[in-house]
Design a protein around this ligand. Structure first.
Ligand code: ADE
Ligand code: ZN
Length: 350
């Protein structure tokens, strides 16, 4: 942990968490689709949805595990048809991110959810990319896209998806692996990840959200990913924890997601502090904020309130988010300077 973090009074912690610059490395853009926007897009596109009102839809957001959430999440995405829809969804997220002082967002999208409904890859990527460009110009948020393969589908399907996306290669920086984890180990996607690597794409994968430490090992050793999404189950395997710490493999942890999907019974039981204490490059992220009750700052505020983490942890988590990002070295240095400046300002105001 850095030795230069100025001391900040406990009552200033919420203001600090909100004001500090941070990177979000684990956000599914389809998971930022708020019920109000689902209804607006359903009406705009003439798509029927099986809920009478925004309130009724929100009441359905009571999840018992990952799969119970995914069923509703994929149904919600069915209102997205046109390029403008993808743009509007991403733009809404990016405005919220900017308000939370997110200065960099590396955004997941699930093209197979859309191409399976007859929406073209160009429609999806061009709409999202236009919002990312606007965010850089108008909000000062460096926004990049990461294409995720759905692991409940076949590797053949993933290869077809990659082929459709490659003409738009300059509009996304990496690939990931998401959807139903249990029963779909990383090994299933070994060949397509190897191919993506040859294309110079960054590689990440969800592992150890509900799945065992063995899935995290396989993501590292078979898929050769640079970051692990979630990874909280790694704490069950001491040798794995040592490996993650030694190789400085970032974990993109999502506390409110873990709470809502019953990975931990309460936020106070979350193992974020243990991951930091073990020297891991753990970060805080929102995953699917429209479904899990909070964007970035809510994840920080609620987790810190429940676990008693303090200002030094806040600095470490923000610094980890920049270190773990796919920004270049000069940009990372700039982000860290901004982080230190924000801490100095808050300390001086106390
Ligand atoms: N897709 C969207 N959110 C996800 C999560 N938390 N785990 C796996 N796949 C997802
Ligand atoms: Zn996720």
């Amino acid at each position: 942990m850095a030795t230069t973090v100025p001391s900040i009074a406990a009552e200033r912690l919420p203001a600090l968490l909100a004001a500090m610059p941070k990177a979000e490395l684990h956000i599914h853009i389809e998971g930022s689709l708020e019920p109000e926007l689902i209804f607006a897009l359903a009406q705009r596109n003439g798509v029927a949805i099986p809920y009478a009102s925004v309130e009724e839809l929100r009441r359905a957001y009571a999840f018992t595990n990952l799969q119970s959430f995914l069923d509703i999440y994929y149904a919600g995405a069915s209102v997205l048809l046109r390029e403008q829809d993808f743009h509007d969804m991403a733009w809404a997220y990016l405005q919220r991110a900017a308000a939370d002082n997110v200065v960099r967002a590396e955004i997941f999208f699930d093209p197979q959810t859309h191409t399976a409904r007859g929406v073209s890859m160009e429609t999806v990527i061009n709409g999202l990319h236009r919002a990312c460009q606007a965010a850089k110009a108008q909000l000062g948020v460096d926004a990049e896209l990461i294409l995720c393969f759905l692991r409940h589908l076949s590797e053949e399907d993933a290869f077809a998806t990659l082929e459709q996306a490659l003409p738009l290669r300059d509009k996304f920086i990496g690939v990931g692996l998401d959807s139903s984890e249990l029963g779909h180990p990383p090994e299933k996607f070994a060949r397509v990840f190897a191919q993506c690597r040859l294309h110079g794409l960054h590689l990440v994968a969800h592992a150890g959200e509900e799945g065992p430490p063995a899935y995290v090992w396989a993501a590292l050793d078979v898929l050769k990913v640079e970051r692990i999404d979630h990874g909280v189950q790694s704490a069950r395997d001491g040798a794995l924890m040592e490996r993650l710490a030694r190789d400085r493999i970032p974990l993109t942890v999502c506390p409110l997601s873990n709470l809502k999907l019953c990975v931990f019974p309460t936020l106070a039981d979350h193992n974020l502090r243990a991951l930091l204490d073990a020297g891991l490059v753990a970060t805080v992220n929102s995953d699917d904020p429209a479904y899990f009750g909070g964007y970035m700052n809510q994840n920080f505020l609620q987790t810190f309130a429940a676990t008693g983490l303090g200002a030094r942890h806040a600095w470490q988590l923000a610094a980890n988010s920049f270190e773990g990002s796919f920004a270049g070295p000069a940009r990372k240095r700039e982000y860290l300077d901004r982080l230190d400046a924000a801490f100095a300002t808050i300390a001086a105001a106390a």
